[in-house]
Ligand binder design. Structure first.
Ligand SMILES: Cc1cc2nc3c(=O)[nH]c(=O)nc-3n(C[C@H](O)[C@H](O)[C@H](O)COP(=O)(O)O)c2cc1C
Length: 177
């Protein structure tokens, strides 16, 4: 797709057939994550985990439902893949704003590439926060030492279609000085 077509066509997809994207589409999405900008070029401070294991996906889904206090919810929406972004703790006990920004940009690059490939995607923050409250579950991710999960993106085939959306010009307040 042309760049602006991709940007205006992207939308949060919360309905999946359960089928994974094609290998070719996944390659494009992974190229997009590798191409993302990272604060101070700290590529080694970020880690990408492609989660396809149904048992782990189910456990994260359940942790998210618990977090949202909605036992019947499925905050991963039945997507067959969650790509999780984790960042490395620096000096302090918590991640900084640039860590979260870099992680978010990695996710957004993947969402745009997914849209370009007609693959469904949705940013996942809530379920990741729920997962982070379960140390045993986080241990199953086998992350390198010192890495903390930040956010993720669901990926999968969807019956929804992508077309440029009408974007309200005044949606965000803009000040010009
Ligand atoms: C930082 C961030 C966190 C988000 N977390 C979630 C989430 O946990 N679950 C979810 O379904 N959508 C999540 N979203 C998607 C937003 O709800 C969605 O992008 C917004 O409603 C606008 O809809 P659109 O993406 O279709 O344009 C998140 C989006 C962002 C930018």
């Amino acid at each position: 797709m042309e760049t602006m077509t991709t940007i205006t066509s992207r939308k949060a997809i919360r309905s999946y057939t359960g089928k994974k994207p094609s290998e070719a589409a996944m390659q494009q999405i992974l190229t997009a994550v590798q191409a993302a900008p990272v604060a101070m070029g700290g590529y080694d401070k970020l880690h990408v985990t492609i989660i396809e294991n149904p048992a782990i996906l189910k456990a994260i889904d359940a942790a998210g439902a618990k977090f949202f206090k909605k036992p019947d919810a499925h905050p991963l929406y039945g997507a067959p893949i969650l790509v999780l972004i984790s960042a490395k703790l620096g000096m302090g006990p918590a991640l900084g704003n640039a860590d979260y920004a870099s992680a978010g940009i990695l996710v957004h690059n993947m969402a745009l590439a997914a849209t370009d490939q007609n693959v469904g995607s949705c940013y996942i923050w809530g379920a990741v926060m729920g997962m982070n409250q379960d140390a045993d579950l986080v241990a199953k991710l086998d992350l390198p030492a010192g890495f903390v999960p930040c956010c993720g993106v669901t990926l999968g085939e969807t019956t929804e279609t992508f077309a440029p959306r009408e974007i309200p010009a005044g949606r965000l307040a803009i000040t010009k000085l």
